[in-house]
Design a protein. Structure first.
Length: 236
């Protein structure tokens, strides 16, 4: 379109937009590994604390685990900016619910709400990969696994993040008992055994995945509430 010689100069704020290269992306993966598994009357949710991009470590104390209620905890891997935005939105929605209904939201209801939030952002999704765990209204442990746009499933155990390919086979073998022996006896781990197992998993993942390390935060959820523990991992 020809510009009139009498027209005023175009203001700077309406000038040509910055052209991004074809390889540009609004997302980045800040690494880390999350995990959740449950027993009969408890659930364990865990994540490491390393925040990195490429070969640079930005923080060794970045929390990926968030207590939502006394019976529900979420752990999120992926892009930290989206993780923080999602966690803040969840906390706000839960506060609204508690003010309206005078009681905290149940874990299955939180699981459905998270799926709805993620699906509502499907055209520009949160770059987050979530596992949510806790106990339901009957005191039974539960774990929910999600993809980035809200598809979710209630499962026995789940993991996400950069160490997922290392962690999931261990969970399949030791918790899911998926082996060639067709094992019939499947003993349940108690809380102490589960915590020790999770520590071992993160120690192994940290040895092979450069984006997993520093510390692991483990949240144990049961009918009495949430108890959090912190253990060292490799810091190189």
């Amino acid at each position: 379109m020809m510009e009139s010689r009498f027209s005023a100069p175009m203001p700077a704020e309406y000038g040509p937009r910055t052209q991004h290269g074809r390889g540009w992306s609004p997302y980045t993966d800040n690494g880390g590994t999350t995990l959740a598994l449950h027993g009969k009357d408890f659930c364990v949710v865990a994540a490491d604390t390393r925040l990195s991009t490429g070969y640079s470590i930005h923080s060794r104390e970045a929390r990926k685990v968030l207590k939502l209620t006394d019976k529900c905890v979420i752990a999120t891997a992926g892009m930290q900016a989206d993780q923080l935005a999602l966690h803040k939105l969840l906390q706000t929605r839960l506060q609204w619910y508690e003010h309206q209904h005078r009681k905290p939201m149940s874990t299955p209801a939180i699981a459905q709400m998270l799926a709805t939030i993620l699906y509502s952002k499907r055209f520009f999704p949160f770059y987050t990969f979530n596992v949510l765990g806790g106990v339901d209204d009957n005191g039974v442990g539960c774990v929910y696994s999600y993809d980035a746009v809200g598809s979710f499933e209630r499962v026995k155990y789940s993991s996400s993040g950069t160490g997922n390919q290392l962690v999931q086979p261990l969970l399949d073998n030791q918790i899911g008992w998926k082996d060639q022996r067709a094992t019939k006896t499947k003993p349940e781990l108690n809380v102490e055994e589960t915590v020790d197992f999770v520590r071992d998993i993160f120690t192994s993942a940290g040895e092979r995945d450069i984006y997993t390390g520093d510390y692991v935060l483990i949240a144990v959820i049961d009918k009495d509430g949430v108890k959090e523990m912190k253990f060292d991992l490799k810091q190189d």
